[in-house]
Design a protein. Structure first.
Length: 266
């Protein structure tokens, strides 16, 4: 039997498996089966916490569709709560420092990248105001914050068909590794409202990397200055970034329950 914890960050929920003392073989099909909300445990992402020679722990992230991805901000905030102390985490996106704060965690998410081939895009273009759009959406910005994001600043989110457009844009050939699609609305001074169609997971209650990418795009576009409050359906995140520096994300992390499972049955 293997131990796991059910956790969430603003409703973005995870099955977190401790593989530090013994390896847990994880495949795309097993991750999909565990994430299934009817026949499995159920989650947006499966998180595998392992040993690391470069940091305190390593973290692997599998979306509900079984795809392995580089970064997940909400899951990263859960790691110090899961481990029980401040930690440096080895991820496919690099080394991240996470420390516990009242009610959650604060994470240095590293520096954003803006070069077209770092997003990545299929061909060279300006990533601040992309010469591309879909239907009535405005020209977006693109940012890589450990994983790829495209950001649309809309006048009114309530009139945008986010599930339909999110799926179309996620799988557009312009994004060779697919993309996380962020739909944002300026809600006030240094305040954004955000909805995210997450690559491999669909419409989500919260996306930490999406909040980071969107706040960075807003600051870079001079729509506002940091720190930025990003309001998602699951709650608020505080994102601070100064051009040339790294991104600091602060927000809630919640432990729901612990359990045991036989991973060979998935």
């Amino acid at each position: 039997m293997g131990r796991f914890s059910k956790m969430h960050g603003l409703g973005n929920d995870f099955v977190v498996i401790d593989a530090r003392d013994g390896a847990v073989e994880m495949t795309a099909s097993r991750a999909r089966a565990i994430a299934d909300r009817h026949a499995g445990i159920g989650c947006d992402q499966l998180i595998l916490i392992g040993a690391s020679e470069r940091a305190d722990v390593s973290m692997r992230i599998f979306n509900a569709d079984g795809s392995e991805v580089e970064a997940c901000g909400n899951a990263t905030r859960c790691v110090p709560l899961f481990v029980g102390r401040d930690v440096r985490i080895e991820t496919k996106a690099g080394l991240l420092d996470a420390k516990g704060v009242e009610g959650g965690a604060s994470v240095d998410m590293g520096a954003p990248r803006f070069d077209w081939d770092a997003i990545p895009l299929a061909y060279a273009m300006d990533t601040l105001t992309m010469p591309a759009s879909w239907e009535d959406l405005p020209a977006p910005a693109a940012v890589n914050v450990g994983n790829p994001h495209v950001i649309f600043f809309c006048d009114d989110l309530d009139v945008v068909d986010i599930p339909r457009l999110g799926s179309i844009i996620e799988n557009d050939p312009l994004f060779p590794q697919r993309v996380n699609v962020n739909f944002a609305e300026v809600a006030g001074d240094n305040h954004l409202r955000l909805m995210v169609w997450e690559r491999g997971a669909g419409l989500t209650r919260a996306c930490g990397t999406g909040a980071c990418a969107t706040a960075v795009a807003a600051i870079r576009s001079k729509l506002m200055a940091g720190p930025v409050t990003v309001s998602l359906p699951g709650g608020d995140l505080a994102i601070d970034w100064t051009p040339g520096g790294t991104i600091r994300m602060t927000g809630p992390a919640t432990h729901v329950f612990n359990g045991e499972a036989d991973w060979t049955r998935f």
